[in-house]
Ligand binder design. Structure first.
Ligand code: PFF
Length: 452
């Protein structure tokens, strides 16, 4: 293997990859985005379609992405270049990792702003600002944060510095140790919060909203939103898992590892829903409130809980760390590439990409106040970036990547990758990817775009 393709490290056990990949998957997408997208798309019908998307699209594509990363054990751009130099695929396929890297970069720009809100809320939690808070005060608190660009800028900058410093190190170092503690603590905290929320909130309305559905609720908009959410939540289509796949140990079953990641991701999203919706219904918060939903309902829980100041501080700290373990995987593709191809130190490469993303983030945070005007189709800059990434770039990235794996990478090469230990499971995955995931993504994305 040429020197430029040498890796920073290999995950020393399968569990380390599982923790790191779950760290990338579990983040603001589960706790902030999933509840509000569920709220905007009618609840139960969306959840049902979302679960199907995770199983039939998310999981097979995640496995394809990780397997591709492991074939050459290099950063995604060099992986595809290497495959084309060996005449395995056409050089035009290099568009796939570039597109994936671009999506990750654009997502990071707005992700950092939202993670900045979590930091702002961490500061409020430590100061005890949630104590005894009413629902109208909670909603005023969020509105006033959005109206203060200087504060958002501060926290967006703090978060981006954290991302740069962390990505500047080798990713395999330290990351899994953090996630190993973070994930169980996050699941336990959300579980306890869900119990509290269910006991004080409106459980019947929540159950009805989240778990009941009717055929007529399953519209194309719902399906498109579910596919976009599944890809975003599993961090696929942006090169993050592709980059992590390069660090996986050869003996490990990709199917097993990826199934665990999907399970953990769904569990955290469901728990977040069970925390938020009982309060949303009890306090008559608008379920379709959008991005503010989580940030208005969580303070109400903590504000009325004994020891709420402490629990709120711990929770928002966990949320920030979860956001950080996701954000670092968004930059990994370009940082690894700049480092391996041009020998630029990881820290310098992280600074370069992080600062560029920071600038785009500034435009995002202004779109919540000074610049809250429609840029295209009446969407402000944040909504535009969110829609472009979730509904266009992510599905296209995932489709191209899956087509590359399913139709162009030789079958024998994939089989050697130990995607699963059993041949029958490998065949099942291959068929599902080829004949279900790819056609489903194609139809849903294109029909969704033309707005049928
Ligand atoms: N999966 C992350 C979340 O749900 O918060 C978001 C994410 C991380 C998207 C990494 C894309 C990515 F490359």
């Amino acid at each position: 293997m040429p020197e430029s393709r040498c890796l920073q490290g290999i995950w020393s056990s399968p569990w380390i990859f599982i923790f790191a990949a779950s760290g990338s998957a579990v983040g603001l997408g589960n706790i902030w985005k999933f509840p509000y997208v569920l709220g905007q798309n009618g609840g139960g019908a969306f959840l049902l379609v979302y679960c199907l998307c995770l199983l039939l699209v998310g999981l097979p594509v995640l496995m394809a992405e990780v397997a591709l990363g492991r074939t050459v054990r290099s950063n995604p751009i060099d992986t595809v270049n290497d495959l084309s130099e060996r005449h395995i695929v056409h050089s035009a396929w290099v568009i796939v990792p570039w597109l994936a890297g671009l999506s990750g970069f654009l997502v990071l720009a707005f992700y950092s702003v939202i993670a900045g809100w979590s930091l702002a809320y961490l500061e409020r939690a430590i100061s005890g600002d949630f104590m005894g808070i009413s629902s109208s005060r909670a909603s005023d608190m969020f509105t006033s944060l959005l109206a203060t660009p200087a504060e958002m800028l501060l926290w967006h900058s703090v978060f981006m510095v954290l991302v740069i410093v962390t990505v500047g190190q080798s990713v395999t170092r330290g990351l899994s140790a953090v996630v190993k503690v973070l994930l169980p603590t996050l699941v336990i905290s959300l579980g306890l919060m869900a119990l509290y929320s269910v006991s004080v909130g409106d459980m019947p309305a929540t159950l009805q909203f989240m778990f009941q559905w009717a055929w007529q609720d399953i519209t194309f908009d719902v399906i498109l939103a579910a596919v976009g959410m599944a890809l975003f939540s599993l961090s696929v289509g942006m090169g993050a898992m592709f980059a992590y796949g390069a660090y996986i140990n050869k003996r490990m079953s990709i199917a097993r590892a990826c199934s665990i990641v999907v399970g953990v991701d769904l569990l955290v999203a469901l728990l977040a829903g069970l925390v938020i919706f009982p309060l949303v219904f009890a306090f008559q918060i608008d379920v379709e409130a959008g991005p503010s939903l989580t940030f208005v309902s969580l303070p109400i829980i903590f504000g009325n809980l004994i020891g709420g100041q402490f629990f709120a501080s711990v929770f928002f700290l966990l949320l920030v760390v979860a956001a950080l373990t996701s954000a670092i995987s968004m930059l990994e593709l370009f940082v690894a590439w700049l480092h391996e191809k041009f020998y630029i130190a990881r820290f310098k490469a992280a600074c370069l990409m992080g600062i560029l993303a920071w600038f785009v983030g500034v435009a995002v945070l202004l779109s919540f106040n000074q610049w809250d005007t429609g840029v295209v189709f009446g969407l402000n800059f944040f909504e535009l970036l969110d829609s472009i990434t979730s509904l266009i770039l992510l599905p296209i990235g995932a489709i191209l990547l899956s087509v590359l794996v399913a139709w162009f990478i030789p079958h024998s090469m994939l089989q050697n990758e130990m995607i699963t230990k059993r041949k029958s499971h490998f065949d099942l995955w291959y068929k599902v990817l080829k004949y279900i995931s790819i056609p489903a993504m194609l139809v849903i994305t294109f029909v969704g775009w033309i707005g049928v």
